[in-house]
Design a protein around this ligand. Structure first.
Ligand code: NAD
Ligand code: UGA
Length: 465
């Protein structure tokens, strides 16, 4: 089997950056180059100040610090990296299409296709091309067709190797992966390519955890894994609405059902709704693929997971308005958290964006505090929705750097992200600063109802009456 000396990854985002840093860390004999067309992103990956890395993940900066400049490089020289590498990972974004056929549902594959064309143009020696991005089933055939029609005699093996890391725990998930999935052709050269890729992961993972499949199973399994995870969140969120009407407590229900070993305890935390760059995008993609194969009922079934998630976000915003005497106009509401979950600076599809949008439409004045998300990102998220002008967004929504001071004369606090630091705040001090009655809307089930009520708050918690 061929020994791997050089690999490259196209796309230095939330997947490419952490994944390649861990590979470099675990495989000191392999030179890993991560390339991107976004100069600012690459500059930040190369910044001396490790707090400026473009991706915040616990444990990541330590790994980058110990490998960068040795066998880990970040660069905008895409062609050079492709030319030199034996294995090329494609880890670019695959957002939901915003135009044309499949608009609003299908995955936009233009970035992936550009990568394939670039590889076809530059490669002079045989390469293994790995789909790391999440792609619709049968995308590998499109990549193969682009690569095989170059006429330059180079042989390409296409593998699907989807990533299962979750943000906020990326390093841990990579080091302790439940499984690694490698899909490829069943031909002798396809099998050899799978074994070569497997040998990289075998540096730190037991071989039994590396699953080899055909390429289509691998592509589809990634979409299905996300759909199943998101479905659990929507299922428990549906029940949380019922709990609020019936005196049942969603934590108790989660525990009661999660101890059934056939159900299991994970992904049963009721919340204001799931966010993140992938759950919604991947389910929409699954819905689109199902319907395009004429499987209407299959598409409808999975679409319901998204419908329930939208309902949960809307329900939370409506609860705030109805509790604050049916009007939030001119009322000061503090948002604790903007990221889509704790321990990440990523805000893509965060529930906070949609809750803020609904409240701003009601003319609330919002002040946001998030320990890791920048002001620029928060305004960009709101402006992107296009509901209001950028000027109006900046007039109605402000950013706080001091979460305690921000609560002075506030009518309510809404907890949108489960950052641990919110638990450590002196909530009595916060209560004293706020207008009375002081309301807390806990969309993350972070605090204790009894304690908050003892301090004087009117406290609403998702899934509890
Ligand atoms: P991202 O937007 O953070 O990063 C993608 C990067 O690719 C960007 O920096 C962009 O500039 C770069 N890029 C786009 N086209 C390029 C080109 N032609 N040449 C060079 N660079 C290019 O995206 P991400 O979150 O890292 O996701 C990447 C893929 O991985 C997606 O398909 C996603 O569904 C999948 N995925 C993401 C996660 C996650 O936790 N974010 C987890 C598993 C899988
Ligand atoms: C998810 C999957 O967990 C990863 O396996 C997958 O690789 C990734 O998507 C991807 O393809 O991008 P991620 O979105 O980063 O990872 O984070 P999760 O931990 O799955 O959380 C997603 C959302 O669901 C968050 O908003 C989170 O707060 C919410 N959630 C999660 C709940 O509301 N309740 C839960 O019980 C679990």
């Amino acid at each position: 089997m061929k020994k791997v000396n050089k690999i490259c990854c196209i796309g230095a985002g939330y997947v490419g950056g952490p994944t390649m840093s861990v590979i470099a860390n675990q495989c000191p004999e392999i030179t890993v180059t991560v390339v991107d067309i976004n100069q600012e992103r690459i500059d930040r990956w190369n910044d001396e100040d490790l707090d400026k890395l473009p991706v915040y993940e616990p444990g990541l900066k330590e790994i980058v610090a110990s490998n960068r400049g040795k066998n880990l490089f970040f660069s905008t020289e895409v062609d050079k990296a492709i030319d030199e590498a034996e294995i090329i990972f494609i880890s670019v974004n695959t957002p939901t299409k915003t135009y044309g056929k499949g608009k609003g549902q299908a995955a936009d594959l233009k970035y992936v296709e550009l990568c394939a064309r670039n590889i076809a143009k530059v490669a002079k020696t045989d390469k293994i091309v790995v789909e790391k991005s999440t792609l619709p089933v049968r995308t590998a055939s499109a990549i193969k067709s682009i690569l095989q029609n170059t006429g330059n005699g180079v042989n390409f093996e296409i593998l699907s190797n989807p990533e299962f890391l979750a943000e906020g725990t990326a390093v841990e998930d990579l080091l302790e992966a439940d499984r690694v999935l490698i899909g490829g052709d069943e031909t002798p050269s396809g099998k050899e390519a799978k074994d070569i890729l497997s040998s990289i992961y075998e540096h730190w993972l037991p071989k039994e955890r590396i699953l080899q499949t055909n390429v289509w199973s691998s592509e589809l399994s990634k979409l299905v894994a996300n759909a199943f995870l998101a479905q659990r969140v929507s299922s428990i969120n549906a029940i949380s609405a019922l709990c609020e009407r019936t005196d049942a407590n969603i934590s108790e229900v989660s525990r009661a059902i999660g101890t059934d070993s056939r159900i299991g305890p994970k992904f049963l935390n009721a919340s204001v709704g799931f966010g993140g760059s992938c759950f919604q995008k991947d389910i929409l993609n699954l819905v689109y693929i199902s319907r395009s194969f004429g499987l209407q009922e299959v598409g409808d079934y999975w679409e319901q997971v998204i419908i329930m998630n939208d309902y949960q976000k809307r329900r939370f915003a409506e609860k705030i308005v109805s509790t604050l005497y049916n009007t939030v106009s001119g009322k000061k509401i503090i948002f604790y958290g903007w990221a889509f979950k704790k321990d990440t600076n990523d805000t893509r599809e965060s529930a906070a964006i949609y809750v803020a949008d609904a409240l701003l439409e009601e003319k609330a004045e919002i002040i946001v505090y998030d320990p890791k998300v920048t002001e620029k990102t928060i305004y960009a998220d709101l402006d992107y929705l296009g509901t209001r002008s950028p000027e109006e967004n900046r007039k109605l929504l402000k950013i706080a750097t001091n979460p305690i001071e921000a609560t002075k004369d506030a009518h309510a606090i809404a907890i949108l992200t489960e950052w641990e630091e919110f638990k450590t705040y002196d909530w009595s001090e916060i209560y004293d600063k706020m207008l009375k009655p002081a309301f807390v809307f806990d969309g993350r089930r972070l605090l204790f109802k009894d304690e908050m009520e003892q301090k004087g708050f009117q406290y609403y918690k998702i899934g509890q009456s």
